[in-house]
Design a protein around this ligand. Structure first.
Ligand code: FA5
Ligand code: MG
Length: 440
């Protein structure tokens, strides 16, 4: 499931100096497993000898929007991000999302929410928080993991969970990647940005989403005289701050705190809000590990940090039922929101019927669900609503079979049977050629 940071692992780290320039072409020796097998890369759609209009349409959709982007002052070409190279696992569909910066659109739910959060911080902390929302999403492994003490064997570092540009450079998988550097010059800051994860497919997970990181540093004056130790003082302040934010955004809402683990905070918490009959995790936070402060020259201080999932909060605020909708350019979606208007309830476009297709195959040792989801997204893009494991068994010979149910549904139109059958055949072809599984 989701590539969370909240799993306990052994603590070890290494640091590698980073420069985008020098890393672009120097590929180091590299031992992690490849995301997809090399075996055969041709997807032989033997049952379709003529290129169908759907295929043309899909290939057009797959085209990157532009070939050079400027992100946070850095010029990035497609070839810098997507390469046919064993240390790279970024598909074109992800490159196409770089630079969309939904958080910078004033009339988009993500931009509206960002501004409402800014308003809360500006009002309650007299404009003390410095704001960053244009930091480049291409970061070093050091920034993304080492600097925030993510252990070397932590699952989030794997090629299965993170998009690697080369062995030393990733698409940031959280805004915490900027914490350490900013701590050197700032005591109160908010970082908003797009983050990238190879993840499962359902209505609350998407491979590109937006986070807002918040950090506040205290000095001894702040907690002296509170009658509390520095850590308890910071933890209390953090919860008070985030509960205040939730009230500012939602008025009254059912929420609960869960104790958890992050490598970069201790103690650590998650906040969940009740939405669509379920508890939905909306943020992670905690008291910053002292080692991070020490390395930033702040050993006499204590700090808290949080990372909010902006899509999750916006889904609750605007009643948006599916995370794919944030990427819609359909005017029937975009025209429902206006700058500064928080909590306008989304009026669903007529709901088109889903179509379910099952696929069963014998898996191999290198099979992972994220790799399978990546294949399905590569074929069906945003037409895939959910991928669910519905059957899993091992036979007497020790072979394991998985059966997945794929829900196809467009947010904008009815899909034809022919179109869905074609997608499903392409998925079958590609799981065989890219994942080396045996379809049953
Ligand atoms: C983190 O990313 C931590 N960096 C948060 C943090 C920051 C903790 C600072 C402590 C201090 P996590 O993996 O739980 O944690 O993700 C944070 C939030 O991002 C989640 O609560 C959820 O709201 C959102 N999120 C995670 N994965 C997805 C996804 N695939 N799609 C949409 N939102 C997601
Ligand atoms: Mg989490």
């Amino acid at each position: 499931m989701a590539a969370a940071f909240s799993f306990a692992q052994v603590l070890r780290f290494s640091s590698t100096p980073f420069s985008l320039q020098t890393n672009r072409n120097t590929l180091r020796s590299f031992t992690l497993f490849r995301p997809f097998s090399t075996a055969s890369s041709s997807s032989s759609s033997s049952s379709y000898s003529v290129i169908s209009p759907h295929k043309l349409q899909r290939e057009k959709w797959r085209q990157p929007v532009v070939s050079v982007l400027e992100l946070g002052g850095v010029k990035i070409a497609r070839d810098d991000v997507v390469r046919d190279d064993p240390t790279n696992n970024v598909p074109d569909t992800i490159f196409a999302k770089l630079g969309m910066q939904l958080h910078k659109r004033e009339k988009h739910p993500i931009g509206i929410l960002k501004n409402a959060i800014f308003e809360y911080f500006d009002t309650n902390y007299s404009n003390k928080f410095d704001k960053f929302d244009d930091l480049c999403p291409l970061v070093s492994v050091k920034q993304n993991f080492d600097d925030v003490l993510v252990p070397e064997d932590h699952v989030s570092r794997s090629y299965n969970d993170t998009y690697y540009i080369d062995s030393q450079t990733v698409l940031r998988c959280h805004t915490s990647a900027h914490q350490a550097e900013l701590l050197r010059g700032h005591t109160h800051f908010l970082v908003t940005g797009d983050v990238y994860r190879r993840d499962s497919i359902d209505s609350t997970h998407y491979p590109v989403f937006h986070q807002m990181e918040g950090v506040r540093v205290f000095s001894p004056n702040d907690w002296d005289g509170s009658g509390m130790d520095a850590t308890s003082f910071a933890a209390r302040d953090l919860k008070k701050c985030l509960e205040g934010l939730a009230r500012h955004l939602f008025g009254s809402v059912e929420m609960r705190w869960i104790d958890t683990y992050f490598p970069f905070t201790n103690p650590s918490f998650e906040l969940e809000i009740f939405f669509q009959e379920k508890w939905l995790e909306v943020l992670g936070c905690g008291v910053t590990e002292q080692e991070i402060l020490r390395r930033s020259g702040k050993e006499n201080n204590v700090a808290w940090a949080f990372g909010l999932g902006l899509e999750r909060l916006a889904m609750i605020l605007f009643d948006i039922p599916d995370i794919r909708l944030f990427w819609s350019s359909d005017e029937r979606f975009t025209s429902q929101f206006s700058s500064g208007q928080l909590g306008v309830k989304y009026k669903p476009l007529s709901k088109y019927p889903p179509c379910f297709k099952d696929i069963s195959f014998w898996i191999n040792d290198s099979f992972t669900e994220n790799n399978f989801c990546e294949v399905v997204r590569g074929v069906a893009g945003d037409l895939v609503e959910e991928v669910k494991l519905i059957d899993n068994f091992t036979n007497k010979k020790g072979m394991t079979s998985h059966c997945y149910r794929i829900a196809y549904r467009s947010m904008e139109r009815s899909l034809t049977d022919e179109e869905i059958n074609k997608l499903q055949w392409d998925v079958r072809d590609q799981v065989v050629s890219k994942l080396n599984v045996v379809v049953r």
